[in-house]
Structures are given as C-alpha cells and as structure tokens.
Design a protein around this ligand. Structure first.
Ligand code: XMP
Length: 305
C-alpha cells in the first residue's frame, strides 16, 4: 500500500521539478487515473497545466457534468465538445478495431489542437503500473491516450503514478479530496460506450447503452464489482404493448477482478436482475430483451469489442 502522506508531496515536487516554468497538458477521461494525475499536477504547477476533457459523445451518463463540477477549481480546464465529429467519423463503421482506431485518431486530433494552442511542452499522463505491463503484450489495441506521445511532439512525458496499482490510486485520490464519484468509480474503457455497442454506432444505440449502463451501475453498486456494464449486442423480437417489435438486446455484465487481466462473472440475485431488466426495457421503446452474461474471462473479455 502507498503511504499517501509521503507520496503526494514527493509526486508534486517531482512534477514541479520536471516541468519547471513550462506549460503542460493532460487528457482527462473522467476516470480515476487521469483525474488523480491532473489533481497532482495542478497542485504542482497550477495554471501552467491545461486539463483537456474531450466529450466524445461516448461517455457515461452525466460524466461531462461531473467533470465540470469536480474540476471547477481548475481555471485551466478545457471541455472540448466533439460529439458530432466523433459520430460523423464513426458513421457506417462496424469493425471493432477500426472503431477503436478512428476514436483514437479523432481523440489525438482534438487533443493536439489544444496542446498547440496553449503551447504545451509537457504531457502529463495517468499511466499506472498495470498499464505498462499490459501494453507490453496487448491482446487488442488499447486506446487510452497511449498514442499521444508518438504523435504530438512533447519535450517530456510526466507519469507521476507509474508505479501504483489501481487501489493505491484510489487512496491518493481520497487523500487529494477528489469527489467520491471519481475516486470510487469503476474503470471505463478509453473508447467509451463504443466498445459496448456491437456494430455501427448510432444515436439510438448510444441512448440505449448510456441509460442501460447507468441503471446497471446504480443497481449493482452494492455488489462492489470491478466493472458492471451493459452492452447493446443485437436485435431480437419482443412484444411491447400490443405490438411485436424487433428491438435491441441488452446484455448485462458484472465481474470481479483484481487487475482486469482475468475476471469472474458475479452471481447476482434474481430480484436485482429482474429490477435491472424492468428498468432497461422500460427505458426505451426499442429495447426488446435483457440478458445476463455468465462468462468468466477467459474465455470472454470484459468488454464486448
Ligand atoms: P477486456 O475487454 O480486454 O478489458 O477484458 C480489460 C480491461 O480493459 C478495459 N478496456 C479498455 N480500456 N481502452 C481502454 O482504455 C480500450 O480500448 C479498452 N478495452 C478494454 C476494460 O474496460 C477492462 O477494464
């Protein structure tokens, strides 16, 4: 376990030391890692740091507002409204790797624009220890902001949490008084809801996925899952009112894990599952069915794409 009383001042001093009087940027994703790194860096260099949050339109329900509130104290927070550009770039794309690639590219483009504008020489990243291990042997291309250093020409990259595990990052987040919605938040993939929608990403599927993920996070909180999620996996027949509909199938998944490398599907009681089913089918006229995924990792991955 990390001793936050020494870790926080040491990390702040290291950041100050490395960056000096220069400007730096960090990409905020809404997750605990980048949020904690941003809070540390802001403490070190204040408004020399620009925190960039790109709203891709693939975020969780309410996430952009939470970011705005949590980082309200940072004068140099930039929220980039890029939803339309992401949706347009993803139109008609069904291949999972191509989707990831497009999202990664578009993200870099948005981020680079701000980095140039503010004349940033340094990139701060919330990379943690398991990220470094996993990127040595990737199973699928992980868009974090992993591609940024190669594309944008920075003088240096600062990774204050490179030796920490996730639970240690949460401790640091708590020590920094970050809001609980941030410090206790489940991991969320960089490409966002895109990896929880099989096939083309449309506004309707996004609406269904966003609401369903919200329901699942709320209902399964007490199970303390590593991740709980919902994915739009296809279409099937259902009956709504007096009509047959060919509607969306939403798969619900909740797993326990230590580091995301392997995972166990959680056993959830029937009443909770039924409540989830009822809330999700009721959330949108075109949801026909809700299923629960009982597969461990391996053989399944945690996400659907
Ligand atoms: P899988 O689906 O590979 O996920 O079992 C393992 C962990 O990684 C997260 N994940 C991603 N994170 N970019 C990310 O930043 C991605 O493309 C991505 N794909 C999966 C996933 O949510 C889980 O925590």
């Amino acid at each position: 376990m990390v001793d936050t009383e020494t870790f926080v001042p040491d990390a702040v001093a290291e950041i100050e030391d490395e960056i000096g009087d220069a400007n730096a940027v960090i990409a905020l994703s809404g997750g605990v890692d980048s949020s904690t790194a941003a809070a540390l860096a802001y403490e070190a260099i204040g408004t020399q740091l620009t925190a960039v949050y790109v709203d891709t339109g693939l975020m969780r329900k309410g996430e952009t507002d939470e970011i705005r509130e949590t980082f309200d104290y940072m004068d140099s927070l930039r929220i980039v409204e890029a939803q339309d550009r992401f949706l347009e770039a993803l139109e008609g794309v069904t291949d999972p790797e191509e989707k990831r690639h497009i999202i990664g590219e578009q993200f870099i483009r948005e981020f680079e624009t701000v980095a140039k504008e503010v004349d940033a020489d340094y990139l701060v990243q919330g990379t943690i220890y398991p990220d470094r291990i996993e990127s040595e042997g990737t199973i699928k291309s992980h868009h974090n902001v992993g591609g940024l250093p190669e594309v944008v020409d920075f003088e240096g990259i600062v990774e204050p949490m490179r030796d920490l595990y996730k639970d240690e990052v949460r401790e640091v987040a708590r020590a920094l008084d970050l809001e609980e919605v941030v410090s206790e938040r489940m991991p969320f993939p960089g490409p966002g809801l895109a990896v929880r929608i099989i096939g083309e990403i449309t506004e309707e599927k996004l609406e269904v996925a966003r609401e369903a993920n919200h329901v699942v996070e709320e209902e399964l909180e007490e199970y303390e899952p590593w991740q709980a999620l919902a994915a739009v996996i296809g279409k099937a027949t259902g009956v709504k009112g007096d009509n047959r509909v060919h509607g969306w199938v939403v798969s619900v998944r909740s797993v326990e894990s230590r580091d995301g490398m392997t995972a166990r599907a959680q056993e959830i009681d029937w009443d909770t599952l039924q409540r989830i089913q009822s809330r999700i089918t009721g959330s949108h006229e075109n949801v026909a069915r809700v299923v629960y995924d009982v597969t461990h990792k391996p053989p399944a991955t945690i996400e659907y794409e």
